[in-house]
Design a protein around this ligand. Structure first.
Ligand SMILES: [Zn+2]
Length: 122
């Protein structure tokens, strides 16, 4: 029962479907996928928050070593209503101030539709 409230990284599509990864799961995923680099469209330079392309994400997940949550992430990617899914680093207090390309705006818009994750107040 470490998952609820213990997510480190959350994958969200434009419909608000989400897959939450616990810290150990997200560390393993980022290691196995070389930080999702091949699928990343735009990323914050200082945290793990990023925009990923769904087709490339599926490729990366299938090409790499199996991860415990791969099938859920593949399903999220395959059913995403747009070409992108959004990764939020929920453990970081990063405000993404150095993330300047248009991907950041798209990412912020997508996550704005989400119910609050109960983020810690500043
Ligand atoms: Zn950031």
């Amino acid at each position: 029962m470490t998952r609820l409230g213990g997510a480190a990284v959350v994958f969200v599509d434009d419909d608000g479907n989400r897959v939450e990864l616990a810290p150990d799961e997200s560390d393993a995923l980022f290691t196995l996928t070389a930080e999702l680099e091949a699928a990343t469209v735009s990323a914050c330079p200082t945290c793990r928050s990023r925009v990923v392309a769904v087709v490339a994400l599926v490729d990366v997940l299938r090409a790499g070593a199996p991860h415990t949550r791969s099938s859920e992430l593949v399903e999220l990617a395959e059913e995403a209503p747009t070409l992108h899914v959004y990764v939020e680093d929920v453990t970081s207090r990063c405000r993404h101030e150095d993330w300047h390309d248009p991907g950041h705006e798209e990412w912020a818009d997508a996550l704005d539709d989400e119910p609050s994750l109960g983020r810690l107040a500043p």
